[in-house]
Design a protein around this ligand. Structure first.
Ligand code: ADP
Ligand code: MG
Length: 639
């Protein structure tokens, strides 16, 4: 290990070596060997940690002002030494004790983070850019440094109880107690050969402006020129949201978002508002362009950053937005909440509930505006977050109308499967006499489009919405109508053509029914309990048969969700519908041999189940049955 000039002899006795937690070790390997795109994000992450440390001290000093006393102006310093090839990022924030350094800089705090990081390791470019979102920003230091030293003194602790932490990213780190006159933390990076560029002050200034312009604390660097000891502030150091909108450039909003969200992409949109009067607060909310890796993780932390009169109070205050807007990033700064507000208080405070209502409206307005003015961007929103917004359609009754307006569907009216159709589009195109909004749900949009259940509707040129997300069965099951038109799942119950069915249609159907009575009974007897009924279909045109569920039966999607959760769904008892004009069904009708009839009826049933996306309980049996039929066909002389 390299010699370390600051280690005083009297303290060297308590030097300890620790191994990194296994996940950290893995992470470091990735940092060292694979992450090289966007190397410079290390600076954003370390400055962000320094800023957090200042925020936390300011917060702690509300209850204990003495913590700040000796050095009241909070800030960050960046020192570059081109000769030595080092960069130091120092803050006079909260600092760490020896124990805290061991825990915070040797383990990954949030549960599940490591697993998710691993899942990304195939896409290293992305991983390096998103590192801060995983709560592992500190370790990005090892992208550019082969050795990292941290000196820290906790606020309120004596100078002699400071800690020096060091690691060469070799799986271990050492800690020892040292004397440090200053409060707070200094992180020194010994830059790798291919990262020496970052010891250049000019380069660093540019990066600070780019990534850290709008953190709320001054970042200082040495003034340019030989050996000067004077420092100057190189960032704006103003809380962006406190400025009037007219004074903020779009580029500044974008940069603030990137800092706030640890993202490298621009946000799709933002909404900046100041509410005055009885209740006073400022909010700045952003729509990211990409879903976070943990969008579907139940216990992941969510929410906005909460400030009270510009004092940082907490990250991830989830009480200010409903769960279905969990992808929104931003800041809320309240003038009314007490500084010592806790999560428990937030949960009960009617004030918070009112702010939440206001912010929810803002976000929904922002989405509606984007949908109207920039449909391409909105298409991205729907692709990334549509499934989450659908939760809101069910859960947020007060805003249901707005949310219904935000929904986008694939439809038989489009050739492609990109969801672009709105419910208003659908209703505007409804045919005279049509009073249902037809939809069908399947595993994929292609399967929905090809579903036998909608053959008749397609023939009649009636538009059908095509749904295929896991959540769709649940969502659509909760919705009854849009603008007075009822939703109708085309694969359940009767088709409810209502005024659309002509007299001729009805006559033809009755005729078929009369002629097929015997066939229907034979098929039912042959299939037994697998079907509740066999009937003549009004849905089918090309396919010989399909299975139809009752309006309230559990569908295929719900079954899969239950199965994935290890629960057993009740057995389905579908109705089987036959297309009695289909040659295969006619052929079936002509079979007098009971065994042959039974085999073919079962085959039609299995095919109908397959077309629905159901997994057959016994696929080999199905294949054997089909092959017996094909063998018989092969034995027939060619005509
Ligand atoms: P995150 O910032 O998301 O918590 P990091 O990997 O960036 O994750 O940092 C890990 C932890 O190390 C922080 O949560 C904090 O407790 C501690 N830490 C890092 N830098 C500092 C600093 N400059 N001052 C005080 N604590 C720090
Ligand atoms: Mg961090």
């Amino acid at each position: 290990m390299a010699s370390t000039p600051e280690t005083s002899a009297e303290n060297s006795g308590d030097r300890q070596t620790h191994g990194f937690q296994a996940e950290v070790r893995e992470l470091l390997q990735l940092m060292i060997h694979s992450l090289y795109s966007h190397k410079e994000i290390f600076l954003r992450e370390l400055v962000s940690n320094a800023s957090d440390a200042c925020d936390r001290l300011r917060f702690a000093a509300i209850a204990e002002p003495a913590l700040l006393a000796e050095d009241a102006e909070l800030g960050i310093r960046i020192e570059a030494d081109a000769k030595a090839g080092t960069v130091t990022i120092a803050d006079n924030g909260i600092g760490m004790t020896r124990e805290e350094a061991i825990t915070n800089l040797g383990t990954i705090a949030r549960s599940g983070t490591a697993a998710f990081f691993k899942s990304l390791s195939g896409d290293e470019q992305k991983a390096s850019q998103l590192i801060g979102q995983f709560g592992v920003g500190f370790y990005s230091a090892f992208i550019v440094a082969d050795r990292v030293e941290v000196r820290s003194r906790k606020a309120g602790q004596p100078a002699e109880s400071a800690v020096r932490w060091e690691s060469g990213a070799d799986g271990n780190f050492t800690v020892e107690t040292v004397t440090r006159p200053e409060r707070g933390t200094a992180v020194t990076l010994h830059l790798k050969e291919d990262a020496k560029e970052f010891a250049d002050a000019f380069r660093l200034r540019g990066l600070v402006r780019r990534y850290s312009d709008h953190i709320g604390f001054p970042v200082r660097m040495r003034k340019e020129g030989e050996a000067t000891l004077e420092y100057e502030v190189v960032n704006q150091a103003r809380a962006l949201w406190t400025l009037p909108r007219t004074q903020i450039k779009d580029e500044e909003y974008r940069q603030f978002y990137q800092y706030l969200a640890h993202d490298y992409q621009d946000p799709l949109a933002w909404s900046h508002n100041k509410v005055e009067g009885k209740r006073e607060y400022t909010s700045l909310l952003f729509l990211p362009a990409k879903a976070p890796f943990d969008l579907w993780q139940r216990d992941a932390v969510r929410g906005v950053k909460l400030y009270v009169r510009r004092v940082f109070i907490m990250d991830d205050a989830e009480q200010f937005l409903p769960p279905y807007l969990r992808f929104v990033k931003g800041v809320v700064d309240s003038s009314d909440l007490p500084l010592n507000v806790s999560r428990e208080i937030l949960q009960q405070d009617p004030e918070v509930e009112a702010i939440k209502g206001g912010l929810t409206k803002r976000v929904l307005d922002m989405l509606a505006r984007l949908a109207k003015d920039e449909p391409e961007k909105y298409a991205t929103v729907w692709k990334e977050f549509g499934a989450v917004l659908k939760e809101g359609v069910v859960q947020d009754h007060a805003n249901q109308a707005a949310l219904l307006g935000l929904m986008r569907f694939a439809s038989t009216r489009q050739e492609h499967n990109t969801p672009e159709v709105t419910l208003a589009d659908y209703v505007a195109r409804m045919q005279p006499g049509q009073d249902r909004i037809y939809y069908v749900i399947a595993e994929t949009p292609e399967a929905a489009r090809g579903s036998p259940a909608i053959e008749r509707l397609k023939e009649r040129n009636l538009e059908v919405l095509l749904l295929s997300e896991r959540i769709d069965e649940w969502v659509m099951g909760q919705l009854t109508e849009f603008e007075g038109k009822r939703f109708k799942d085309a694969s359940r119950g009767a088709l409810e053509l209502g005024g659309l069915a002509s007299e001729a249609d009805r006559k033809a159907h009755d005729e078929q029914l009369k002629e097929s009575k015997g066939l229907l009974k034979r098929v039912k007897d042959s299939l037994g309990e697998r079907v509740t009924e066999v009937r003549v279909s009004e849905r089918l045109r090309e396919s010989p048969a399909c299975l139809v569920l009752g309006e309230d039966d559990m569908g295929e999607q719900m079954r899969r969700i239950l199965a994935a959760a290890g629960q057993k769904a009740p057995e389905p008892h579908p109705v089987m519908e036959l297309n009695v004009t289909h040659p295969l069904v006619k052929y079936l009708d002509g079979r007098r041999d009971a065994a042959e009839f039974g085999e073919l009826a079962q085959l039609l049933y299995d095919q109908a189940a397959l077309a629905e996306g159901t997994q057959l309980p016994n696929p080999p049996e199905y294949v054997a049955r089909l092959n017996r039929l094909l063998v018989r066909l092969a034995a027939t002389p060619a005509s």
